[in-house]
Write a protein that binds this ligand. Structure first.
Ligand code: OAD
Length: 305
């Protein structure tokens, strides 16, 4: 079936031809919840302030040239402060549950409840909002890990999230609001190996993805009839490999503010055979799609931001 608009997409989802749907999400789906993405204007990389971070001049220069170094293995094993100082508000925000899922997160739940066709959500997001919509845990792969599980990056020793947050609050300076918390950052040490390498179990650039990403994607992708790509720039691999790992027959739908993944083979424009681009704010697009599907959002959503 050729998808031309949200009405045909809705019909395809409800048709017997569509048995398995895989969803790949990125930071764009949590922007409306209040969490900036990485690469848009105003996103984490553009707003990074290396001059505020506890680091050497050389490390700061590296962050200026390449902001992703803040979340890299190379930087983290030199010093944990850039990661912890930049992530401090995010870590404490997750603890305090200040962000709530929106319709873009809830769509997966509606799809699961109404059709049983949701095979998996692969989320690159570490904010836990996909886990907050009431889907069974085994429907979600946290491709880049999650903030709320903590371990030592050196020896793997786990740490309770609340205890870690207390350490972050009292030992890591708040670079954005210096009047909060300590004036200087102090190391957070692992109770097992003693190194200052304790952090949320998120994937750093230069380290490998969780095994379930490889195991489950190898199982899910060959059988996917529909791949929905939502709120991601598709510039980071191997998460972005999902778009070219599905069979030729799989319909691919991109729901995003801007076209993405052309270099990975996603086609735009009237000549696109199996790809459909729903441009716009993902919450608006999903609301329209949910209307086309005739589903009722009120039953499960009582607290949309
Ligand atoms: P990016 O910031 O790279 O891309 C977000 C995409 O979402 C962009 O294409 C935006 O235009 C789009 N977008 C933003 N708000 C939107 C909205 N409300 N509706 C629709 N589209 C919207 O974020 P990711 O692709 O998730 O990895 O980034 C991938 C990885 O790079 C992250 O997981 C992280 C980062 O470095 C690690 O830290 C390992």
């Amino acid at each position: 079936m050729k998808i031309n608009d949200l009405a045909t997409l809705g019909r395809f989802i409800l048709s017997p031809e569509c048995k398995s749907v895989v969803i790949l999400t990125g930071a764009g789906i949590s922007v409306a919840s209040g969490i900036p993405d990485f690469r848009s204007p105003g996103g984490m990389y553009e707003t990074l302030r290396p001059e505020l971070i506890t680091a050497t001049e050389k490390q700061r220069r590296l962050m200026e040239i390449n902001p992703t170094s803040v979340v890299s293995t190379e930087m983290f094993f030199q010093t944990a402060f850039p990661y912890l100082e930049v992530r401090r508000p995010f870590i404490l925000g997750v603890r305090d549950k200040i962000w709530k899922p929106t319709i873009a997160h809830y769509f997966a739940r509606l799809l699961h409840d109404n059709t049983g066709k949701l095979t998996r959500v692969y989320t690159q997001n570490i904010d836990g909002l996909t886990n907050a919509v009431g889907l069974p845990d085994d429907k979600i792969v946290s491709v880049h890990g999650t903030i709320s599980k903590v371990a030592c990056e050196n020896c793997g020793q786990g740490m309770d999230f609340d205890s870690f947050c207390n350490e972050v609050e009292t030992k890591i300076k708040d670079i954005y609001n210096p009047e909060n918390g300590p004036r200087e950052s102090q190391p957070i040490r692992c109770s097992s190996c003693g190194k200052a390498t304790v952090k949320p179990k998120t994937v750093l650039f230069g380290s490998s993805l969780p095994a379930d990403f490889f195991e489950l994607s190898a199982q899910d992708l060959p059988a996917a009839d529909l791949l929905m790509v939502v709120g991601t720039s598709l510039v980071v691999g191997p998460a972005n490999s999902l778009v070219y790992s599905v069979p030729q027959s799989t319909i691919r739908v991109v729901i995003n503010n801007e076209p993405v993944g052309e270099e990975l083979g996603i086609e735009y424009g009237p000549e696109a055979e199996r790809d459909y681009f729903a441009q716009g704010n993902c919450d608006d697009v999903f609301l329209d799609l949910i209307n086309e599907l005739g589903w009722n959002v009120d039953d499960i959503i009582d607290d949309l931001p």
